[in-house]
Design a protein around this ligand. Sequence first.
Ligand SMILES: Cc1cc2nc3c(=O)[nH]c(=O)nc-3n(C[C@H](O)[C@H](O)[C@H](O)COP(=O)(O)O)c2cc1C
Length: 193
Amino acid sequence: MTDTLIDTLLTRRSVVARDLCDPGPNESEVKQILAAGHRVPDHGKIGPWRFIIFQNEARATFGQHLADIFAKENPTCGPKVVEFEKERFTRAPLVIAVISSPIEHKVPQWEQELSSGAVCQNMLLAAKALGYGAQWLTEWYAFNKEVDALLSLKENEKVAGFIYIGNYRQAPQERNRPDLNERVSYWNDSESL
Ligand SMILES: Cc1cc2nc3c(=O)[nH]c(=O)nc-3n(C[C@H](O)[C@H](O)[C@H](O)COP(=O)(O)O)c2cc1C
């Protein structure tokens, strides 16, 4: 059976970061994932996002920084927790941080930020199209000033997501989803009075 785009959209699931493994995307596949992320609707043609790539030993180095920050901010936490923090970025062979980078513009900041969300989603789909699993995570370190400094984020910038990408051995099972019917209505003029 051909796997059409609509099939992909209707069956897509994240593969949790702890289930991702080597080998990750090669250089040309990484470029394709970035290009797909970059090709999103973008009011004003601003491109208010940027990417930071974590591969190879950079993942463990960054993890060590995360562990140090976490231990400093949670002085009573035990060594097991610190070890867990240290290994966050080595869960997958590739992690790409998508940074929302809005500018002063007549296009509202909200719209610029929405585009960064679309970047993340396109990257998940590109990873899937290339046969990889992926998960969009923020966790605590997307909301931490010291981590922001490590990533050289400017005042206007925020982490939209860390996209973890890699191979996987077992396809994820379906999960419970919010009821679509409860979320759809048809606007009707008489009801608006
Ligand atoms: C902006 C954003 C941030 C997320 N951050 C986390 C997170 O920190 N931890 C987590 O377990 N899931 C997080 N998720 C959810 C997962 O990416 C994923 O959607 C979920 O694990 C499974 O749903 P799916 O298979 O339908 O994608 C986040 C999702 C979004 C959109």
